[in-house]
Structures are given as C-alpha cells and as structure tokens.
Design a protein around this ligand. Structure first.
Ligand SMILES: *Cc1c(COP(=O)(O)O)cnc(C)c1O
Length: 385
C-alpha cells in the first residue's frame, strides 16, 4: 500500500497531458533524490535562489533565471517587476498601482492564467477583437502608461494575434518589456532560450509540466536587470512576492530537473513518443502510420478511426493518437467514454477533442500504452450499439 492507497486517493495512468489537476508530471528519481538532499540542511534562501538561478541561466543560455513556485506565480512577479520598476514606493503600493501600470495583451491571445498579472498590480490594456488582432492595433495600444506587452505563446497555433517576432520588434521599438508565457511549451527544449534570444525580456515556464520538476515550481528566464529585481520582490522578502514562497527543496529540485531536461536527447524522446503512437494505432488494427507520415490507420477495430495527430494540444512538436468514434457506433460519446475510463481499474486519463479520444505518450511510463489501448478497447466494446 502506498500513501495514496492508504488515504483512499485514486491514482491514474495519465494518457492525457501534464495537467495541474492530475498532478502535472512525475519527477525523475534524480530530482527526488536532490530534493531529499536539500531537505537535510538549513541554508540562506537568498543565496540558494541566486546560485541556483545563475546555474539555470547558464544551462539555458540566458542572462538570468529565477525559480518561482509555478508559472502563474512567475506572471505575478513579472508584472510586479514591470509595474513597480526600481521605485521602492511603487513596490510598497502593490497590488495597487497607478501611472505606468498597463500590460498590453491581444484579446485573441487571452488565457485564463493572465489573471495573475492583475495580482502583480497590472491593469489590462486589451487590443483587437476576440478572434483577431493586428500589429497596428498592438502599436496603438502602447501608451506612456504601458509597462509591458504580455503574450501567450502557442507553437503552431498562434491564431490571430501578431507573431512573436512582430511583438518582439514592436516592444523593442517602443521601449517596453515583452513577457512570454511559455508555461507548457516544452518540448521543444530550445524554447528555454528561443524567446529571450529573440527579443523577449522574460519567458516563463512551468516547472511541473514538461520540465518534470516539482509540481509547485516554475521558471522565469531573461534579462539580468529584471531577474535581479524579481529576486528582491519575491519571497523570502516581504511584500507582494511573499505569498509565493519557494522552498529549498523546490529550488534544488527544479535546478536538477532543468539540468536533466537540457542534457536529455530530445530527438530520442520524441522518437519514443512516435513509437508509442505507432503501437497504439497498430493495436487497433491500423497500419501504424509510421513515424512522421501523419498516417491513417483505418483500423480493423469496429466503430473507430485511429490516426496520428500532430502537434499536441499545447502545440508542442510531438504526436498523439486520435481515436475518433464513428457516428452511431457507441452508446456513449467521447466524453462519456473518457469518463468511464477514469472509473476503470487501473483508471485511465485521456483527453477529449470533439468526437475523439486523444492519447498522449508524454505522460506515460514504459508498458502503459499497452494498458491504455486494452482499457479503451474494453470500454468501447462495452458501449457498442
Ligand atoms: C500551466 C500554465 C500556466 C500556469 O503554470 P503553473 O506552473 O501551473 O503555475 C500558465 N500559463 C499557461 C499557458 C499554462 O499552460
């Protein structure tokens, strides 16, 4: 019996994604060991923050880095740093603010996490329409009260907001900061430096998603000046940053996770995801599609069409398997099948996209894709019309 069994808390095989709601990601043993080691001594947290940040900055080719307790907390700290500047009086006012306190965001690029910017004292300056915004609208939204531009980056699906390159160019021309929320944009590994080298002042990542660090950690990388300011705003200092405490264990854990992430062979990892997707398609009688073919497995298993889907739901460059339920073939719809999978033994999490179940290899351990395929078949057979 493990601790969850003793508590009566259900555990899942996760074929969905690095979802905060279901535990984010699983830390490699080496990260857990580093956290255990960190747990054994008293240290000066300011010194640990600084040295761990510098270590990560070097690994990720950035001027500076700061470990926060999640990407959302990173957004609060970034906003606070932009709004307060180097003025101690403005910092003391937070989360209230006046004057230069606006953060410019495309309405077409809104995400629910941007609420965190308001907690850091920022006011939204939204531009464009809900479904489309242009460079000209971004230009017009920048005023003397603009503290920063904020954008949510979504590889492959930037939708209708100006491109990252355009926002970086405009931020530079107008002399305002650009912050990029790239919380779930790993892989690709190069995103750890791509945004900041491309003109963003800060890029913010979740530590508990693709990085496989502690679930309650996050990473801010970017300009030295801003990172240093964030370090003086954040816990253990008093003020607006104090509720966002990062423990010594998380600092050391994330630092270790970033090292492992940077050192890992990402090409091999993605090739393994492809193999799992291929296996899955094959398990439903499809051809498997083959790596990179976008292949359609027509499937001998009745009532479904199983194919390779690319990119992932967060736009990461990696495949998933898509199980489309054909009309009339099953008593339950895709959401209903996913709900039944959560009640299986073992319980299985899959994402739902319209009429399809989406199977993501990123969060599966060796041997689990086979179980996921079996359980899905079992539930589908039980629901056959
Ligand atoms: C998950 C996520 C966040 C929040 O990250 P936490 O580390 O859970 O705080 C912010 N922005 C986006 C786009 C995310 O996907």
């Amino acid at each position: 019996m493990n601790i969850y069994d003793k508590l009566g808390v259900k555990q899942f095989i996760n074929a969905s994604a690095t979802l905060t709601m279901y535990g984010g990601s699983i830390m490699p043993d080496e990260v857990v060991r580093a956290m255990k080691e960190a747990a054994g001594s008293y240290v000066d947290i300011l010194e640990l923050h600084k040295k761990a940040g510098d270590y990560i900055a070097k690994l990720t080719r950035n001027e500076g880095a700061f470990i926060s307790n999640g990407a959302a907390a990173g957004l609060v700290l970034a906003a606070a740093a932009a709004v307060a500047g180097d003025d101690p009086a403005r910092r003391e006012m937070l989360p209230l603010s006046d004057g230069k306190n606006e953060i410019v965001i495309s309405k077409a690029g809104r995400i629910r996490y941007d609420f965190a910017l308001k907690m850091g004292g920022a006011k939204y300056a939204l531009y464009g329409d809900d479904d489309k915004s242009t460079e000209a609208q971004l230009e017009a939204a920048i005023t003397p009260n603009t503290a920063a531009i904020f954008m949510f980056y979504f590889e492959h699906r930037m939708g209708n907001q100006p491109s990252f390159e355009a926002q970086a160019r405009i931020a530079k021309e107008r002399g305002v900061y650009l912050f990029v929320d790239a919380a779930a944009q790993l892989p690709a590994k190069e995103n750890l430096w791509k945004f900041t080298q491309g003109g963003a002042d800060l890029a913010i990542f979740s530590g508990g998603k693709g990085l496989r660090g502690p679930q309650s950690s996050g990473l801010i990388v970017g300009k030295r000046e801003l990172i240093d300011r964030i370090a003086t705003i954040a816990s253990p200092n008093g003020g607006i940053g104090r509720p966002f405490k990062v423990g010594k264990e998380e600092i050391v854990g994330l630092m270790t996770a970033v090292r492992l992430y940077v050192e890992a062979d990402e090409v091999a990892t993605v090739a393994d995801y492809e193999r799992q997707v291929e296996y899955f398609i094959g398990a439903f009688g499809g051809s498997g599609g083959g790596v990179g073919s976008g292949g359609v497995g027509s499937g001998s298993f009745g009532g479904v069409e199983v194919t390779r889907s690319f990119p992932s739901e967060a736009g990461q460059p990696m495949p998933r398997a898509q199980v489309r339920l054909l009309p009339g073939a099953f008593k339950a719809d895709a959401a209903g099948v996913a709900a039944q999978l959560k009640e299986c033994k073992p319980a299985v999490l899959v994402a739902v996209q319209g009429d399809s179940l989406m199977i993501n290899p990123q969060t599966l351990f060796k041997g689990e894709i086979e179980i996921v395929a079996d359980k899905i078949k079992e539930v589908l057979i039980a629901n056959a019309t």
